[in-house]
Design a protein around this ligand. Structure first.
Ligand SMILES: [Zn+2]
Length: 181
């Protein structure tokens, strides 16, 4: 990055500085889904064209952008802000899980798509969410396998992600009730 900057003129560097300051001042978290936003609600939550009964839960805003790039999903999102990780001391209260629960309790969501990453921790997080959501929402699905284990959504090519979303299947959360809260 330093090499890149050294090749640029002073004007370009000060433009970059202004852009970074604007980023710091303008970008915040969406009040509803915790996506990046410039207003109270992000561009997805404030869109009338999206299906607000179809909710996709994922770990980070970068995962959301990956799914948007795949171009299939017409619903809305909920960004957890990470994944459960007992080793790192990250529990449910460290993520936006309570906010997800209250969205599910509102009764407007017909399907919850669990799109946590296909890593061990992402899988544990998905199981936890499935157990939480089972009494609250009619249909719970997950991205189809075919996703590489240990992979991250944001690095997947669009067609793999498209297939995973198109082939999503029902999430069997029955084993998840034994997970610690
Ligand atoms: Zn939002």
């Amino acid at each position: 990055m330093v090499q890149f900057l050294l090749k640029k003129g002073a004007g370009e560097i000060s433009n970059l500085t202004v852009a970074l300051e604007q980023l710091r001042d303008r970008v915040r978290s969406c009040r509803r889904c915790f996506n990046l936003a410039e207003d109270e609600l992000c561009w997805v939550c404030s869109s009338a064209k999206r299906n607000h009964q179809l909710l996709c839960v994922l770990e980070e805003p970068s995962d959301l952008l990956a799914i948007e790039r795949a171009g299939l999903f017409t619903g809305v999102y909920h960004v957890l802000g990470g994944r459960l990780s007992p080793i790192d001391g990250i529990g449910p209260s460290d993520l936006h899980i309570a906010a997800l629960e209250s969205r599910l309790r509102s009764g407007t969501i017909q399907e919850l798509i669990i799109a946590t990453n296909p890593t061990v921790e992402g899988e544990v997080t998905g199981q936890y969410l499935a157990a939480l959501a089972t009494p609250l929402v009619d249909r719970i699905t997950r991205l189809a396998y075919g996703l590489p284990m240990g992979g991250e959504l944001e690095y997947l090519d669009e067609s793999t992600l498209y297939q995973a979303l198109a082939g999503r299947r029902d999430f069997n959360g029955s084993a998840a009730s034994q997970l610690p809260r």
